[in-house]
Design a protein around this ligand. Sequence first.
Ligand code: IPD
Ligand code: CA
Ligand code: CA
Ligand code: CA
Length: 280
Amino acid sequence: NALSPDQVRELVETARTLAQEAGELVREGRRRHVGVAATKSSAQDVVTAMDLASEALLRRRLAELRPDDAILGEEEAFRPGTSGITWVVDPIDGTVNYLYGISAYAVSVAAVVGPDPTSAPDPATWTAVAGCVFAPEDGRTFTAGLGLGASLDGVRLHANEPRPLIDSLVGTGFGYVATRRRVQGRIVAELLPRVRDIRRVGSAALDLCAVAAGTLDLYYERGLQPWDLAAGALIAQEAGAQVTGLRGGPAQESMTVAGPAGRIEELRSLLESLDADSDG
Ligand code: IPD
Ligand code: CA
Ligand code: CA
Ligand code: CA
């Protein structure tokens, strides 16, 4: 990362501006545009008109403010750039909550630098430098800049101190792939007697921010996509948590685990012993 602290701060401000603008659009539009516009990978995997409108706003604003940067978003094709910076955006993270009027949804915006700016970056190889997760229903704004710490509404965040798994509140989520849900159900059944309790909030970005804020001790999920974790993982890391995969690997689609050093290891080795990243 060859960016200066001032450059990182500028990217954080851009991420915040964009996430808040898109978040306000999404919150205002809920009454009028809350129906399912289409389904994607499965009947459970829905998209609303506001997912599309929010991503369109993010892309239009980025084209104005940062015309040389690439954009990777959930709802539209990768747009290559020339600057070496890619914006990784989730226009609504928690679409099912949004559809049902549950307030736990957010807009997630991150800037990452990676080895190849002409193709879509991969969480296993990129470095996230700036991120914002904005939850419009309660107006909470989580931000982080690489090396600059993480905050919630301007107040510095610190992940919880290590505690044993049995005393830990653990967040997780389930992707939309039915065969994987069978495995995810098996893992939750094994985990539930070994932890304080489990939460399925419905927004991966907010789960990662919850680890940063200490309202969850730990979080794990299989099947996360780049836009689900780009901003939230940086926010969790800058709050002092670790965000990794299993078996020594980086956080990626096969598994993402987040929590403070000294507490994450016990969850990770349990997930490894349960083959939580297998399809069988
Ligand atoms: C989903 C949410 C959910 C997680 C899924 C994601 P979407 O994102 O983050 O919490 O369990 O894996 O796909 O589709 O609402 O943007
Ligand atoms: Ca989606
Ligand atoms: Ca998402
Ligand atoms: Ca989404």
